[in-house]
Design a protein around this ligand. Structure first.
Ligand code: AMP
Length: 219
């Protein structure tokens, strides 16, 4: 299996995390989710977590400076030698420019930037069903009101504070103003591929790997 170095772009709730996990298993590469890293820092009560917490709860972006050191350190780790999937990073043009510098320093090149596209109405609907386990941190999709515990570890599940409908709408506005310009940024580099995010996780996964020149038969 070839090594991949990709960015998954897309608004909150388009399925980046789910697809990144699948790609990570297939390509045996590192899955770098800045949202997961920040949530872990908040859970552990680190200095970074303390600084990031209120921005995250309000659906605002965490300041670039906090994110950039964290990502530079992560990309230098050994597991990234087998490739990586960036999920939720970069989110601003400044972050994208800095990522270019980091990769240049590491003498690495990106293979593709895959932007997953889903309408805002569908995103609000999907995120209203997304919960997180307070014990193991896994994402759980709730099908009915009687689902109150984590199917993996039986821990309590809660809606993420930033998945409350008003905050989701705010996060979508933040995405439009601060992250969407990255579509043009990567279009200019020739790396951008737009992927329809509607359909089952299998269907979307098939579209993503087709963009990478791989089919499900030969993966
Ligand atoms: P996510 O799980 O990727 O939706 O991230 C959850 C929250 O973490 C976001 O709403 C931001 O507050 C923060 N966050 C994650 N990644 C970044 C980033 N690259 N830049 C700034 N803030 C981020």
């Amino acid at each position: 299996m070839k090594h991949i170095r990709i960015i998954l772009l897309g608004a909150p709730g388009v399925g980046k995390g789910t697809q990144a996990e699948r790609l990570q298993k297939s390509f045996k590469c590192a899955h770098i989710s800045t949202g997961d890293m920040l949530r872990e820092s908040v859970r552990e009560g680190t200095q970074l977590g303390e600084k990031a917490k209120s921005c995250m709860e309000k659906g605002e972006l965490v300041p670039d400076a906090l994110i950039l050191d964290m990502v530079a350190e992560r990309l230098g780790r050994e597991d990234c030698e087998n490739g990586f999937i960036l999920d939720g990073f970069p989110r601003t043009v400044i972050q994208a420019e800095k990522l270019d510098d980091i990769l240049k320093e590491l003498e690495l090149e990106l293979d593709a930037v895959l932007s997953i596209d889903v309408s805002n109405d569908e995103i609000v609907n999907r995120l209203s069903k997304r919960f997180i386990c307070t014990d193991c941190g896994k994402i759980v999709t709730v099908q009915s009101e009687s689902d109150t515990s984590c199917p993996y570890c039986r821990g309590d599940i809660q809606r993420r504070k930033d998945d409350e409908p008003d905050t989701v709408r705010h996060r979508l506005t933040v995405y439009d103003s601060q992250t969407k310009p990255l579509i043009q940024y990567y279009e200019n580099t020739g790396l951008l591929k737009m992927v329809d995010g509607i359909g089952s996780a299998d269907e979307v996964y098939g579209r993503l790997i087709a963009c990478l020149g791989v089919t499900q038969e030969n993966e």
